[in-house]
Design a protein around this ligand. Structure first.
Ligand code: 4NP
Length: 154
């Protein structure tokens, strides 16, 4: 089983969307047994809070229920326990490396690292653009699924 932790600043918008979308895509490909997916924040701002309503609505429009999710912060132990820790933007990667004390095993990557145009995902908490964030997240999840299942060369 491949253990993946999706990480963003607050764990109420982008990383929960990535967690649920990745799980849904893996299920639809018949690969749910292959992956364990969770999500976490780099900050303490939203700890214990549910997914932000516009992100929750976006997931709901895709047929995904995220009502049980509550924000939690990434820990140093997460670095040991997960195989892959995917940040939404460069700033997240810096914070993740600070929490883990570096990345000696090369586990920390961008969600859109394998996209046609590798890039960060703008924070919809600030932009208000949940459609673009969701499309970017779908692209990132799809490309990582392709890489991890050998459908796409790195
Ligand atoms: P996220 O968005 O990192 O995509 O979950 C944010 C949510 C909350 C805050 C910042 C970003 N905040 O500062 O409370």
């Amino acid at each position: 089983m491949i253990r993946i932790l999706m990480v963003c600043l607050g764990n109420i918008c982008r990383s929960p969307m990535a967690e649920y979308i990745f799980r849904d895509m893996a299920e639809k490909r018949g690969l749910s047994q292959l992956f364990y997916v969770a999500s976490a924040a780099t900050s303490t701002e939203e700890l214990g809070n549910p997914v932000y309503p516009p992100a929750k609505r976006k997931l709901y429009s895709l047929g995904i229920d995220c009502s049980g999710k509550r924000a939690r912060q990434m820990t140093k132990a997460d670095y040991r326990e997960y195989d892959l820790l995917l940040g939404m933007e460069q700033w997240n990667l810096n914070s993740m490396r600070r929490i883990s004390g570096g990345d000696p095993e090369g586990k920390i990557h961008l969600l859109l690292e394998h996209a046609l145009h590798p890039r960060g995902i703008d924070d919809p908490w600030y932009t208000g653009d949940f459609d673009t964030a969701c499309r970017d997240i779908q692209e990132g999840c799809e490309s990582w699924l392709d890489v991890l299942t050998g459908k796409k060369a790195t």
